[in-house]
Design a protein around this ligand. Structure first.
Ligand code: NAD
Length: 261
């Protein structure tokens, strides 16, 4: 089994959905997890659940688009646990709209959370990893939309494609001190982020919510099934525990065959 004994793992957006499950699975594998989220109350609740189950967790308030909060949050993680070994840059939101109806403010908000957040958390964690030279793993939460496009999701598709470039650059720059960088690209997973989109897309496309699920979200999967938080968390565990630079600069698509590389 993949183990993370004693590894300090920062997971952003870990108060909900995919990030929360990754934090739980990392803690079960022996990792010390830092639950970094915009919502401190929800982050505290996740950390408490993990501690009650016998794990080690610290909640940290962090808006990943705010440089000072990211610097402060990673410093708190290092002060508490002594180091950072794994970063999962996972925090994200979705805003759906036609390009011609997208406000510039919403475009910038999307790019800030997905790309600025990935950059800022990467920089702060890499500064720690470079100093210590004990290696590590950086994992970005991409999407099938890192490889494919869908209507109504221009900034999301743009940002998720951008993460591939960041991961490949980190893979090259940080290999010298043993840090790997990879992207996980999930298909649709039933989390609050997706549940919010179903009625929104139904309205935009003029179809029923069931048609959004069957004819938009799951249409190209091999079996008509949603990907689960466990599917994504198990891949995140494998990438975090992998021991060499053999697996770096890659993206792994976890989507029931919706997108095949
Ligand atoms: P979610 O809404 O369940 O959780 C997202 C978490 O991110 C929340 O706890 C939220 O508070 C936090 N967050 C939002 N903005 C933040 C910010 N500025 N700073 C810090 N935290 C912030 O969503 P999810 O479905 O678990 O999504 C997690 C990631 O997975 C996102 O990057 C998303 O794009 C990606 N993803 C999701 C799916 C899916 O189908 N659910 C598919 C592919 C990729």
């Amino acid at each position: 089994m993949n183990r993370l004994d004693g590894k300090v793992c920062v997971v952003t957006g870990a108060a909900s959905g995919i990030g929360k499950r990754i934090a739980e699975v990392y803690a079960q594998a022996g990792g010390k997890v830092v639950i970094a989220d915009l919502k401190l109350d929800a982050a505290e609740a996740t950390a408490t659940e993990i501690r009650n189950a016998g794990g080690d967790a610290l909640a940290v308030a962090m808006d990943v688009t705010d440089e000072a909060q990211v610097v402060d949050g990673i410093a708190k993680a290092v002060a508490h646990y002594g180091q950072v070994d794994v970063l999962v840059s996972n925090a994200g939101i979705q805003i759906v709209n036609k390009i011609t109806d997208f406000s510039y403010a919403d475009w910038k908000k999307m790019l800030a959370i997905h790309l600025d957040g990935a950059f800022l958390t990467t920089r702060e964690c890499l500064r720690d990893m470079e100093t210590r030279k004990t290696g590590g793993a950086i994992i970005y939460m991409g999407s099938v939309h890192s490889h494919a496009a869908s209507k109504l999701k221009a900034p999301y598709v743009t940002a998720k494609h951008g993460l591939l470039g960041l991961a490949r650059t980190v893979a090259k720059e940080a290999a010298a001190y043993g840090v790997r960088a990879n992207v996980i690209c999930p298909g649709f997973v039933r989390t609050p982020l997706v549940d919010k989109q179903i009625p929104e897309q139904a309205k935009e496309l003029g179809i029923s919510e069931d048609e959004v699920i069957q004819n938009v979200m799951l249409k190209d999967t091999v079996d008509g099934e949603f990907t689960t938080v466990d599917d994504v968390a198990n891949v995140a565990l494998m990438l975090a525990a992998f021991e060499t630079n053999a697996l770096t600069g890659q993206s792994l698509v976890v989507s029931h065959g919706w997108y095949m590389q």
